[in-house]
Write a protein that binds this ligand. Sequence first.
Ligand code: GRF
Length: 220
Amino acid sequence: MREEQAEPSRIVVLISGSGSNMQAIAQACKNPENDANIVAVISNRPGVAGLDRAEEFGIPAQTLDHTTFATREEFDINLIRAIDEHSPDLVVLAGFMRILTPDFVRRYKGRLLNIHPSLLPKYKGLHTHKRALEAGDKEHGVTVHFVSEDLDGGPNIIQAVVPVLDDDNEKSLQSRVQIQEHIIYPIAVKWFTEGRLSMLKGDAYFDNVALPETGLQLTH
Ligand code: GRF
């Protein structure tokens, strides 16, 4: 008797801008090794490049403009509705520049991922490249983590370390970090959709083993 095939994992990606991480994940989903599809891309900003990129991949893309809602809560309730229409297994924040309400985070607990351009827990928040340069750090990087109710504070899954060069400026450092973003986000998404990642009591697990605070670390 033929074994029943599970349906491919359904991913909804939230963006606010260029969508290059969404594109890296969409590209990875085309690989037959990956049993997952991005079923929808939702942007909180109209007219951003990420919406066009999604269309190029044939992915349904929609805008839910946060400025048309009176409160953060109202926006998030409508965002939940828009996401849940696509019955996702995983929700991926890819350059989604909004602080989420606790209700939103709780709804997708354990299946909500984010990418942040620093070696978390260092440099939560904005201007991470500038802050790493100003501090004279020799290493910087990027982290994919589960989302918890603390901003940029959920458990780390994977980190790529990027050396800071003597002649680096914010732009050069950012572009080398972005190259790594496009490598580690598809890896984390693949692990999740293969059922190898989980979050339990605030810790991240890979193949049922608790990950270190850094997450799995790739060094260059
Ligand atoms: C990335 O640098 C990511 O680390 C940060 O926002 C940026 C999004 O870029 N959270 P893109 O929209 O994926 O091109």
